[in-house]
Design a protein around this ligand. Structure first.
Ligand SMILES: Cc1cc2nc3c(=O)[nH]c(=O)nc-3n(C[C@H](O)[C@H](O)[C@H](O)COP(=O)(O)OP(=O)(O)OC[C@H]3O[C@@H](n4cnc5c(N)ncnc54)[C@H](O)[C@@H]3O)c2cc1C
Length: 306
């Protein structure tokens, strides 16, 4: 399979790497190695790679900026299709319409909006993910959410065909989209509609949200952001705090003392440490409060693998 993939990547000028440590490509800094890794640089290359893998029944996984991923200690036996810098163009189609390739970062997209005095992305500007990952998760913060600005997207279906989906068919809800239920598809581009705004106000809001993140979140430790989804009617961080679990540790993983909603990689944590810690937290919170917490980060690879 390696040779076939190499030949195809040579045709499209796509970088193909072997034995890539997932810990170097996830914000949690956890995970073993991926057998193969392609740095996606065009829709044609992506389509050809998907077709080849499907034809050969070879496993593949789409990775953005790795900021909502808990990767297995055993790594991944297959091909990672990395949608990163080589697929990250941003363009203003007209004064209100921004089109981003999936690998563009939210940080850069929000900066572009600011430069064009367009409002709607301020609250998303500190989220360390890609536009593709953000649509997949319907990322949001501070009352801003992808669902408020996305008008449509293009994607590659499981047969390697390009398709388009309008916002009304994207089933966007809290940390959910049509793509979270149809993981065989790869988001290519996302179109967003942004309103005219006052640049100084946009800048001030972005700075305020960044300052709030720095003040409240344990950004000096690796993590995948909020570890649990917000349960209906409450906040995961408040429930965990209420149960006295701030600072609770398993191996190198710890419930942050600064923000109970974040599990941090305090000291060379493994995926197994994080999963055990989350299991303990969920059990204790459920016993003490009746709430059932659900994990927000997505598992990559076999979680039971060593
Ligand atoms: C410090 C910190 C703070 C955070 N704060 C927030 C926050 O305020 N709000 C919030 O919502 N999230 C937050 N997050 C989580 C994370 O940044 C978001 O969920 C982000 O949208 C994930 O994007 P990504 O590119 O990193 O996706 P990844 O983590 O790489 O992937 C996440 C999922 O999306 C899929 N995916 C990625 N790209 C594509 C694509 N092109 N096509 C199809 N599927 C794709 C992957 O297969 C995977 O299932 C935070 C994370 C950290 C580390």
């Amino acid at each position: 399979m390696r040779e076939k993939l190499q030949k195809l990547c040579d045709t499209y000028g796509t970088k193909l790497l072997e034995n890539v440590p997932l810990s170097e490509h996830t914000t949690f800094r956890i995970g073993g190695t991926a057998d193969l890794w392609a740095e996606v640089n065009s829709t044609d290359a992506l389509s050809a790679l998907v077709r080849l893998c499907r034809g050969e029944h070879y496993p593949y996984y789409v990775l953005g900026r790795g900021s909502n991923i808990l990767a297995s200690d055993a790594g991944y036996r297959g091909l990672i299709l990395h949608i990163g810098n080589d697929f990250s163009a941003i363009r203003m189609e007209d004064s209100r319409t921004m089109v981003c390739e999936a690998g563009a970062t939210l940080v850069k997209a929000a900066k572009t909006a600011e430069e064009h005095s367009r409002t709607g992305m301020e609250g998303l500007s500190g989220i360390p993910g890609s536009i593709g990952g953000a649509l997949f998760m319907n990322a949001g913060a501070y009352n801003y959410e992808m669902s408020q600005i996305v008008t449509s997207c293009t994607y590659l279906d499981k047969n390697g065909e390009i398709r388009e989906r309008r916002a009304c068919d994207l089933e966007l809800s809290y940390r959910h989209s049509w793509f979270t239920d149809h993981t065989d598809n790869v988001i290519l581009t996302v179109t967003m509609q942004l309103e005219a705004g006052d640049q100084a106000e946009i800048t001030a809001k972005m700075q305020d949200f960044l300052a709030r993140r720095n003040e409240k979140q344990p950004l000096n430790y690796p993590s995948a952001g909020s570890t649990f989804k917000r349960p209906v009617g409450n906040y995961a961080s408040a429930l965990i705090d209420q149960c006295g679990l701030k600072g609770y540790s398993v191996g190198g993983a710890q419930v942050s003392e600064k923000h109970a909603g974040f599990v941090i990689n305090r000291d060379n944590a493994t995926c197994a440490d994080v999963l055990q810690l989350c299991k303990d937290v969920r059990r204790i919170v459920n016993e003490k409060t009746g709430y059932k917490l659900e994990l927000e980060p997505i598992l990559l690879g076999d979680p039971a693998g060593k």
